[in-house]
Design a protein around this ligand. Structure first.
Ligand code: X2X
Length: 337
């Protein structure tokens, strides 16, 4: 059953009342007590499906594997938790490939501006050769990426000061971007003034006007309540973004093969359900957000893509990723540079 908008809003109420770490009472008897951290609100489909996933793993392993979920940056910002994942302080972490690119440069290629125009091309790439290539590169950094990437969605630009209808409207805009060279590069090429801020600090940065804008899919704008501090939402669809479900390699290899199979099955199964939930939400939340006071506009993406091309953005990043990876991207995205 897809996560409908109403379900999310109902789960928001439920989740708010449970706004405590989703610690497991079963931890005391498990053989493997693992921590899974993420940066999304408890009400986001990622956490709804992750709870189901952890319950199914505990049941099918007869309590041998207990995964405790720490949502909403409870264990620290993305930058902090990536360090904890590498050291084994946490065993699992979901992270955008664009943020992971500070460690695995190739992992941001899925976020190249305007590369994907629809989900058919996204999943052809991410469940196909490009996803396999990125997972291989992640493996070289001593991390394990599960087969199915979780969906974040197509990203939209929000602002407290003005709607973004053309690339000129971005000129000088103080826009928050996640900590990632590709995000900074893209908005600099669009003449904006990007500031790298971890998601944990985004709401307060917008509230205190450290930045005027940010960009995220509607499901995050809704579940993180960014509509409270942003007036305009421009449906730019300027990039698709996803979350790799990452494991610390030592922790993963400690699991016997039979437990690895069960854990991977339920993690990947939850990813597929979360994808459907997020796509449903992102397709239906505009009305809800307009009801919360946001003003929407639909910019012409071609103008932004032309600006990126003129600024040399695609040729710069083709050179950084190399011909092999770029060819894998264009196989699903079409000709870019
Ligand atoms: O930091 C963001 O904007 C978020 C929540 O979308 C990511 O994790 C990339």
């Amino acid at each position: 059953m897809n996560m409908t908008r109403r379900t999310v809003l109902r789960s928001t109420a439920l989740a708010t009342s449970l706004a405590v770490p989703m610690h497991s009472v079963f931890a005391q008897k498990a053989e493997f007590n693992y921590k899974y951290a993420n940066n999304l609100p408890i009400s986001h489909p990622m956490n709804i499906r992750a709870k189901e996933m952890a319950d199914a793993i505990r049941t099918e392993t007869n309590g041998r594997v207990d995964i405790q979920i720490f949502p909403n940056n409870q264990l620290g910002s993305d930058t902090d938790v990536l360090s904890q994942l590498r050291s084994g302080g946490v065993e699992f972490f979901t992270l955008s490939g664009l943020i992971l690119s500070t460690l695995v440069p190739a992992s941001s290629i899925s976020g190249v501006g305007f590369a994907f125009s629809d989900y058919a091309s996204v999943w052809k790439a991410m469940d196909g050769d490009l996803g396999a290539y990125i997972r291989q590169q992640i493996g070289k950094a001593n991390l394990v990426a599960m087969d199915k990437i979780w969906d974040n969605g197509f990203r939209q630009i929000t602002s407290s000061s003005r709607p973004i209808a053309t690339p000129q409207d971005l000129k000088g805009l103080k826009i928050r971007v996640p900590v990632s060279p590709l995000w900074t590069s893209m908005f600099k090429a669009l003449d904006a003034a990007p500031t790298s801020i971890n998601f944990a600090e985004v709401y307060s940065a917008l509230q205190t006007k450290i930045v005027d804008g940010q960009e995220n899919p509607l499901a995050i704008i809704a579940t993180a309540k960014l509509y409270e501090v942003q007036k305009y939402c421009s449906l730019s669809n300027h990039m698709w973004d996803g979350f790799w479900f990452l494991a610390n390699r030592r922790a993963w290899e400690k699991l016997p093969a039979d437990l690895q199979t069960i854990v991977a099955k339920h993690i990947n199964g939850a990813a597929v359900k979360e994808r459907a939930d997020v796509a449903e939400l992102n397709a239906n939340l505009q009305q809800e957000l307009a009801g919360k006071g946001m003003t929407f506009n639909q910019p012409n993406g071609t103008l932004f893509r032309d600006q990126l091309r003129k600024a040399g953005f695609y040729s710069e990043w083709k050179a950084k990723y190399g011909d092999e990876a770029w060819a894998l991207l264009e196989r699903s995205a079409g000709k870019l540079a």
